[in-house]
Design a protein around this ligand. Structure first.
Ligand SMILES: [Zn+2]
Ligand SMILES: [Zn+2]
Length: 89
């Protein structure tokens, strides 16, 4: 019977796999996250429309366009260009 060096019991260190618990998520993903924190908008397109990367709702700027061309239920948020006008000096 041939016994190799590796056949012997190797002092194996038991390493515990440390799985980080998702206790502190960087973003609280809730249903009304957008309502609380505001929508995470993509870049505005030339038509004054964008959408939220979180809830994928269509967004348009009423300063740029009267209604969203594709979604009549789209919400309106002023784009950065028109937002400044709403700020009362
Ligand atoms: Zn959203
Ligand atoms: Zn606008």
């Amino acid at each position: 019977m041939q016994q190799t060096l590796w056949g012997e019991k190797l002092p194996r260190r038991r390493k515990k796999k440390i799985i980080p618990l998702p206790t502190t998520a960087p973003y609280a993903v809730t249903d009304n996250d957008c309502e609380v924190l505001g929508h995470t908008l993509r870049a505005w397109d030339l038509a004054g429309c964008t959408l939220c990367t979180d809830c994928h709702v269509n967004v348009f700027c009423r300063g740029c366009v009267k209604v969203h061309p594709l979604d009549e239920h789209a919400i309106h948020i002023f784009c950065p260009r028109h937002e400044e006008r709403t700020v009362s000096a």
